[in-house]
Design a protein around this ligand. Structure first.
Ligand code: SF4
Ligand code: SF4
Length: 247
C-alpha cells in the first residue's frame, strides 16, 4: 500500500535534550508498519481535533491518556510522538470502542491503538514486554490448553504483581462455582474442557496467525515452554489416532 509522506516531520529529537534522538530509520520502520496495516486507512479518516473521543473515553478519566492525542499523532505523522506514545500511553486503552461510536469522522482511535500495540510487540518494545509480563501465566494457560484463566488462578499469591486490589478476590470459589447451573463448570481448576484434537487445532491457529512468533519476540522463555507443551500434545494426538486406526 502506497502512502504519501507529505506531513512527515523533518527533525526528530529534542534540540535542548542531552538524550540521543531515536534513530530515524527505526521511527520510520515502526510508523511504516502501523500505516501499512490493512486496518489503518479504515480506522483513520481525518481528525477535527474536536476531543469528543477523549470526552467519552473511560481510560482518559483515569490515566494520562487521550485518544484524540493518539489520533493527532498518527494524522500529523509525528513519528517521535508516536514512538513516545508506544512507550506507555497506548497500553492505557481499555479497547471498549466508545470512541469509534462517537467520532464524527468515523475514526476508531481504539482500533488504531490495537494496531500500534501489535507493532510494539512486533518490534519487541520494552513497554510491550512490561505490560504483558504479569499475564504470562494467563497466556501459558490460554495457548497451551485453549482454556481461559481458571478461577483457582485468581489469587493474591498467584498474581502479586496485579496491584493491591488482588487481595479482594478472596472468596469461596468452590462453593460459588457449585451454584452455576452447568455441571461442567463445577470446578475451579478450569473454565471448560477442551479436547485434545481441538487443542492441537488451536496450536495451528496460534502458529499460522503469527501469535507464537509475536510471543517469541516478547518472551522467549514462555514461547519455549509453550512449544514443548505443543509438541507433547501433538505426539499424544498422533498416538491416539494410531490406536484408533488399529482398532
Ligand atoms: S477504545 Fe480505548 S481509546 Fe476508545 S474510548 Fe475505549 S478506552 Fe478510550
Ligand atoms: S478522532 Fe474523531 S472524535 Fe477524536 S478528536 Fe479526532 S475527529 Fe474528534
Amino acid at each position: 500500500m502506497e502512502h504519501a509522506g507529505t506531513r512527515v516531520q523533518q527533525f526528530i529529537g529534542d534540540p535542548v535534550s542531552d538524550t540521543p534522538p531515536v534513530d530515524r530509520a527505526k521511527l520510520e520502520a515502526i510508523f511504516s508498519d502501523i500505516q501499512s496495516d490493512m486496518r489503518f486507512d479504515h480506522e483513520l479518516n481525518g481528525c477535527l481535533n474536536c476531543g469528543i473521543c477523549t470526552a467519552t473515553c473511560p481510560s482518559a478519566h483515569y490515566y494520562d491518556y487521550s485518544p484524540r492525542e493518539i489520533v493527532q499523532l498518527l494524522w500529523t505523522e509525528n513519528l517521535e510522538g508516536i514512538y513516545d506514545a508506544m512507550q506507555e500511553k497506548i497500553w492505557s486503552c481499555a479497547q471498549c470502542y466508545t470512541c469509534a461510536a462517537r467520532c464524527p469522522f468515523g475514526n476508531s482511535p481504539g482500533g488504531l491503538v490495537m494496531v500500534m500495540r501489535e507493532v510494539a510487540i512486533k518490534h519487541g518494545m520494552e513497554s510491550a514486554k512490561n505490560v504483558l509480563r504479569p499475564f504470562s501465566r494467563v497466556m501459558l494457560k490460554l495457548i497451551s490448553t485453549g482454556n481461559q484463566l481458571s478461577p483457582d488462578m485468581i489469587t493474591k499469591d498467584g498474581f502479586p504483581d496485579w496491584g493491591p486490589n488482588i487481595s479482594k478476590v478472596d472468596a469461596p470459589l468452590a462453593t460459588l462455582r457449585k451454584a452455576i447451573p452447568m455441571p461442567t463448570l463445577h470446578t475451579t481448576k478450569t473454565a471448560w474442557e477442551v479436547n485434545l484434537k481441538t487443542s492441537v487445532e488451536l496450536y495451528t491457529i496460534w502458529e499460522e496467525t503469527g501469535v507464537l512468533g509475536s510471543l517469541k519476540t516478547i518472551d522467549t522463555n514462555l514461547h519455549d515452554v509453550i512449544s514443548d507443551i505443543m509438541e507433547e500434545k501433538r505426539d499424544e494426538l498422533a498416538e491416539w489416532l494410531e490406536e484408533q486406526a488399529e482398532e
